[in-house]
Design a protein around this ligand. Structure first.
Ligand code: FMN
Length: 359
């Protein structure tokens, strides 16, 4: 049996156990469809989607592929209203707008709703092969309805404890998200500190502690990384950052440039862009907010301030306020199409595993 044929690929009806991470706003319809057409699992991150755009975008994907697709939703807690914190925060960020002569500062509002009944009804209507959730699973009644329709359920764990919760709550597979990962930490039941575990330590512990297929995520960028994950017990891998340099990804040119320069620019975990810890390439906002976590309002409200600021700055050629999400392996990115990337990853993994077995 070849390494890429296993129970996980059979259950998802895909050729290769490689998932293109659902990257809300960065993983485009074109990227997801191209990945699925190439034999891996394409994902569409719907976390920041307006509800009325979900169905039309799903139909756009269906027009481009008839292979399995993963739809991804966010299951964050609704933000707290804390006016004192918000006032301090607004006083802090005002100066950035003034630098661009903007006097009317946007309001701090909730821009993104958590997975709710409307999302559930849409999901059941769309009936994709796979659904994945970031920040834990939704309500158990929702899970029951999804299971009734045989949609395969995946969610991320950043600790063994979270993996056990996902298993007992109805997940069909678990993503072990290592600390190397780009974008938001999937942490939902442990503290963020407890979830600071590298993939090499986290993955085998989750494999041993649960009986579900485990998908490795975080810092995997080539076939050697995939082979190592398989050796540690993974049945699949999820790569995010590696796909950001594919032409089909929807990535701002300044972000693309930061990725190209990533060998000389470190990545760090920050709450500065959204109010929730996420890994990105260090820029001015990350540095400025380093010791100001206590005044950053809750996810996802911060985006209503930082996104417009980032756009204004980007129009001036500054990446100071852009969320340059990237994992620790960003310097290994290759500027090739997603189809070429998948073919290369499969070939490299086969070579790595064949060489390993050679005496
Ligand atoms: C730009 C970016 C956006 C992301 N957005 C999401 C998301 O919307 N939903 C989700 O489940 N994971 C998201 N993630 C996390 C990925 O699912 C995954 O854990 C991560 O990309 C793996 O690490 P890597 O980037 O080193 O490959 C995002 C990651 C990146 C880099």
């Amino acid at each position: 049996m070849v390494w890429f044929e296993n129970n996980f690929t059979k259950a998802l009806n895909i050729k290769y156990p490689i998932i293109q991470a659902p990257m809300a706003s960065a993983a485009s319809i074109e990227l997801a469809a191209a990945v699925s057409n190439a034999g891996a699992l394409g994902s569409l991150g719907l976390g920041y989607h307006k509800i009325e755009n979900i169905l039309p975008d799903y139909h756009k994907i269906l027009a481009k592929t008839n292979h399995s697709i993963n739809l991804n939703f966010m299951t964050h807690k609704e933000p707290n209203k804390n006016d004192i914190k918000a006032k301090k925060y607004m006083d802090e960020v005002k100066k950035y707008f003034e630098e661009y002569n903007i006097t009317e500062i946007p309001k701090l509002v909730n821009t993104t709703e958590t997975f709710n009944k409307e999302h559930l009804d849409l999901l059941l209507k769309m009936n994709p092969k796979v659904v994945s959730f970031h920040f834990g699973l939704p309500d158990e009644n929702y899970i029951k309805s999804i299971k009734n329709q045989n949609i395969y359920i995946i969610s991320s764990a950043t600790t063994v404890e979270e993996a056990k919760i996902l298993e007992s709550s109805g997940a069909d597979a678990i993503i072990a998200q290592g600390y190397e990962a780009g974008g938001h930490r999937g942490t939902f039941a442990s503290t963020y500190k407890e979830g600071e575990i590298g993939l090499f330590s986290l993955l085998p512990q989750i494999v041993d502690a649960t009986s579900l297929p485990i998908i490795a995520a975080g810092g995997i960028a080539n076939g050697k990384g995939i082979a190592a994950a398989m050796m540690l017990g993974a049945e699949g891998v999820q790569l995010g950052t590696a796909f950001l340099s594919c032409p089909e990804a929807s990535v701002h040119p300044l972000w693309q440039k930061a990725l190209s320069d990533s060998s000389s620019r470190e990545t760090r975990i920050t709450s500065a862009f959204t109010g929730r810890p996420a890994r990105g390439i260090v820029n001015r906002l990350i540095k400025d907010m380093e010791n100001k976590n206590d005044i950053i309002p809750d996810f996802p409200t911060v985006g209503s301030i930082i996104k417009p600021l980032a756009n204004i700055a980007a129009d001036h050629g500054d990446d100071d306020f852009l969320s340059l999400w990237a994992g620790q392996s960003a310097p290994m990115n290759r500027n090739i199409t997603s189809k070429e990337l998948i073919e290369l990853l499969v070939e490299e993994t086969s070579t790595a595993l064949n060489n390993f077995y050679k005496t």
